[in-house]
Design a protein around this ligand. Structure first.
Ligand code: FAD
Ligand code: NAI
Length: 465
């Protein structure tokens, strides 16, 4: 059998690419070595959000129900059932991808794919048997893996990556998180809510590097209020596993006296790295950049004709929706259309409580680029719905070009920020000005009214402030 396209990897990049290619009439196959849906569905977005949802309700039941007049006994944790809830979320989504492959007549091969030559993909099944498939084009969508920390061995039992942290069979008394990025804060929140003491060690001097400075500061304050402890400008240099408790050695980032912190579980969440192991890239002559990412041009083409790459394995934010959009774009390019991703409008969301969402430039970005801008900011304390819900932490901040009023960045920290950022993405995709958002009717009483008010605030005419 010869294909128009073989996609290696069925994460959000790969499976979406395959579906779009099949929709466009390309004879398409996928190769997957573990489970359909990749990191995102199996050990990433979906299980983490299931646990975030369940643990948030657990905390609400304990803290917020009584003040709303809902009298329930103190919630009791049934961790195995919570983990089953998470597993059901995974299974349902993985089955959904299988259904979509069948619906779109995409052939799925289970095994490890290796490019033996342009147009040839060898699939080694779990039974050790191999077969070689022929194709006009190959898309590499093999995603990413956990970045290792020198001197700290992940065993996924006591020293875990996000994968182990999604499946702990007991709530740790003390969880030590290395890295105050997205994974550290999301999974740290999960285990804190259901009873762990959580300490987060971060190399830099604040949480969530890369996000807007004001949002980062507010986020840290709120996480501290919730009970997380941060040790900033610090690094973990080793973990002694010999005793009943783990003993982590922590030093100031710039060097200095070390201290020891005891913990039951250590979560290593210091980033992810592109995954290209055993893919045959070197032999095929595909070039990688200095960080091990597959090098591609604006059409996702590698230096070898007929071989393309998308998602976490190439440059850019390691996000599921970025991978998906690249999957669609490359499929359209292969079908002769003009596939395209607008990298200026890729939202990022941290699914903590409150959520933190951003799209476009931060104030720091604009200052560094010397762009003159106006800021419109609106706090949720002045939003009727947030007040009604008693969820008033956070604000919306809109950055607009000082000359043209074009929206350059939107930053939201607050309940449901992840849903609210979609409005900002649509506006920015259409090149909207702050005035456009300010003049758009928003339903009352809703949290997105704070987005409209922040847009009004750009021109210093917010109504409720
Ligand atoms: P992946 O999803 O990594 O998929 C790659 C697939 O390729 C895997 O299934 C792998 O088995 C397969 N593969 C690799 N090599 C081979 C081979 N040789 N042969 C066959 N198959 C192979 N992003 C968000 O946008 N929102 C979130 O809320 C979010 N939460 C996350 C939470 C966690 C804990 C983690 C770890 C990540 C999270 N991410 C989130 C990031 C997101 O999961 C990734 O950006 C996304 O999965 C990347 O998609 P991909 O298709 O590039 O690769
Ligand atoms: P990250 O890059 O978000 O954060 C890593 C943090 O670790 C940074 O703050 C960094 O300064 C710190 N760090 C690095 N080395 C350190 C060291 N030696 N000691 C102490 N701190 C150190 O990476 P993270 O959280 O592991 O997530 C990986 C990827 O997964 C991210 O790129 C993210 O895009 C994706 N992801 C996305 C989610 C979402 O969209 N909601 C959720 C979870 C993951």
């Amino acid at each position: 059998m010869s294909y128009d396209l073989i996609v290696i990897g069925t994460g959000p990049g790969g499976y979406v690419c395959a579906i779009r290619a099949a929709q466009l009439g390309l004879k398409t196959a996928v190769v997957e070595k573990t489970s359909f849906g990749g990191t995102c569905l199996n050990i990433g977005c979906i299980p983490s959000k299931a646990l975030l949802h369940a643990s948030e309700l657990f905390e609400e039941a304990g803290h917020s129900f009584a003040k709303m007049g809902i009298g329930v006994p103190a919630p009791k944790l049934d961790l195995p059932t919570m983990l089953k809830f998470k597993q059901d979320a995974i299974d349902g989504n993985v089955k959904g991808v299988d259904f979509l492959f069948k619906k779109n007549k995409i052939d799925a091969f289970i095994g490890t794919g290796r490019i033996t030559a342009p147009g040839k993909v060898e699939v080694k099944g779990n039974d050790g048997k191999t077969q070689t498939l022929e194709t006009k084009n190959i898309v590499i969508a093999t995603g990413s893996d956990v970045a290792k920390l020198r001197g700290i061995e992940i065993d996924e039992k006591r020293i875990v990556s996000s994968t182990g942290a999604l499946s702990l069979d007991k709530v740790p008394e003390h969880l030590l998180v290395i890295g105050a990025g997205v994974i550290g804060l999301e999974l740290g929140s999960v285990w804190r809510r259901i009873g762990a003491k959580v300490t987060v060690v971060e190399f830099l001097d604040g949480v969530l590097p890369g996000m807007d400075g004001e949002v980062r500061k507010q986020a840290q304050r709120l996480f501290e209020k919730q009970g997380m402890t941060f040790k900033l400008s610090s690094k973990v240099t080793g973990v002694d596993t010999s005793g009943k408790k783990l003993k982590a050695t922590i030093e100031p980032a710039k060097g200095g006296a070390a201290e020891t912190i005891e913990a039951d579980i250590v979560l290593v969440s210091t980033g992810r790295v592109p995954y290209t192991e055993n893919l045959g890239l070197k032999e095929a002559g595909v070039t990688l950049d200095e960080r091990g990412r597959v090098t591609v041009d604006h059409h996702y083409a590698t230096n070898v004709p007929g071989i393309y790459a998308i998602g976490d394995v190439i440059v850019g934010p390691m996000l599921a929706h970025k991978a998906e959009d690249e999957g669609v774009a490359v499929a359209e390019i292969l079908a002769g259309q003009a596939g395209h991703v607008n990298y200026d409008v890729i939202p990022g969301v941290v699914y903590t409580m409150p959520e933190i969402a951003a799209v476009g430039k931060s104030e720091e970005d604009l200052k560094a680029a010397g762009v003159a801008y106006n800021v419109g900011k609106f706090p949720f304390t002045a939003n009727g719905r947030a007040k009604a819900n008693q969820q008033t932490d956070g604000f919306v901040k809109i950055l607009a070009d000082a000359k043209t009023d074009r929206v350059l960045g939107v930053h939201i920290i607050g309940s449901d920020a992840g849903n609210m950022i979609a409005e900002a993405c649509v506006a920015m995709e259409f090149g909207a000005s702050a005035e456009d958002i300010a003049r758009t009717c928003h339903a009352h009483p809703t949290l997105p009214e704070a987005v409209k008010e922040a847009a009004l605030a750009v021109a210093k005419r917010a109504i409720h402030m």
